[in-house]
Design a protein around this ligand. Structure first.
Ligand SMILES: Nc1ncnc2c1ncn2[C@@H]1O[C@H](COP(=O)(O)OP(=O)(O)OP(=O)(O)O)[C@@H](O)[C@H]1O
Length: 303
């Protein structure tokens, strides 16, 4: 459905998108994951026809994303940042207004119902909660029944309940057969929603796979976390199974292991012997966040 080939964008001589290529299949939810400044928004805005690439090509449903921008606009939907919504219009009015920009519009009633905005239809946009505003922003992106939807960090700043509400909506867009292109800082979101994820850092795609595939590539599959004062990294490194040690701010220790059972069997007696207190010891399986740190050495923005 989407083909991006060797896309390049420079600002003041600095390459912020550096020969990026990927394909997005019809009907998939494709995630672009990366830290602040990685180049996600610039990439998406070139795909949306809002910025012109310096070189490279974009094809969306067979149309040239650079030379056939007007036709592309008819088949894509772009979620506006909620701050850009017209605060002084009512929910129903803004949906009608956006619908009027296109030759055909989805049924207003169906939109209000499926985005859970029926009760709010006569409320002013400025009186909506964060989650309701985001639902409205996505409803506005699909008023013209587009094949492809671009969502730029749709759940940033939302509480967990509102975020999950939006996830349901995004999965429904997929069930309707639409292709969803999503940028996010939230690992859990990428794991839950995306069929495939491209990891972007410093203007390039450094990995692209299914969430499970990315995690499988990790050298370690489990993580042991605890808090400890005066970390003896050398002793910890010699524990069986340890692939990597990450020390966080404060006293946080994170051990990545490919043999959780053996690591724990050695860690506990070692802590007794040395008189270490391992506060809040817990284990978990590796996540996309671990993949991201391993590949980039960076953390994504904290949720
Ligand atoms: N119009 C512009 N002029 C100059 N530099 C820009 C412009 N837009 C973006 N940049 C720079 O390009 C780089 C990539 O920015 P971009 O917004 O694409 O990153 P991002 O991955 O979307 O980050 P975020 O998650 O913070 O939105 C950043 O260093 C940014 O400062």
């Amino acid at each position: 459905m989407i083909r991006v080939h060797k896309l390049v964008k420079e600002y003041e001589g600095k390459r912020v998108v550096d020969s990026v290529s990927f394909n997005v299949d019809e009907g998939e939810v494709f995630g672009l994951l990366g830290p602040n400044g990685a180049g996600k928004t610039t990439t998406m805005e070139m795909m949306e026809g809002l910025r012109t690439p310096d070189s490279g090509s974009i094809t969306i449903d067979g149309l040239d994303g650079i030379r056939q921008r007007e036709q592309v606009k008819g088949i894509i939907g772009v979620q506006l940042q909620s701050t850009a919504l017209f605060d002084h219009l009512k929910v129903r009015e803004i949906l009608q207004l956006y619908g009027s920009f296109y030759p055909r519009m989805q049924s207003l009633e169906a939109l209000l119902t499926s985005f859970d905005l029926k009760e709010k239809e006569s409320d002013l946009v400025k009186h909506l909660s964060g989650g309701q505003r985001q639902r409205l922003a996505i409803a506005l992106a699909v008023v013209h029944d587009p094949k492809v939807i671009f969502l730029d960090e749709p759940t940033t700043g939302l509480d967990p309940k509102a975020r999950r509400g939006l996830w349901d909506i995004i999965l429904r867009l997929k069930q309707e057969g639409r292709t969803v292109f999503l940028s996010t800082h939230y690992m859990e979101e990428a794991e839950q929603l995306c069929d495939r994820v491209a990891i972007m850092d410093s203007g390039t795609i450094i990995d692209l796979n299914t969430p499970a595939g990315l995690i499988r590539q990790l050298a370690s599959d489990s993580v042991v976390e605890f808090m400890m004062e005066d970390v003896d990294e050398k002793e910890l490194r010699e524990l069986e199974g340890i692939k990597e040690i990450r020390l966080g701010d404060g006293f946080e220790v994170c051990l990545l292991t490919d043999d959780l059972r053996m690591t724990l069997r050695r860690l506990i007696p070692l802590a007794d012997e040395k008189g270490w207190t391992l506060q809040g010891l817990r284990t978990r399986t590796a996540t996309l966040e671990d993949v991201f740190i391993e590949r980039t050495g960076k953390r994504l923005r904290e949720s």
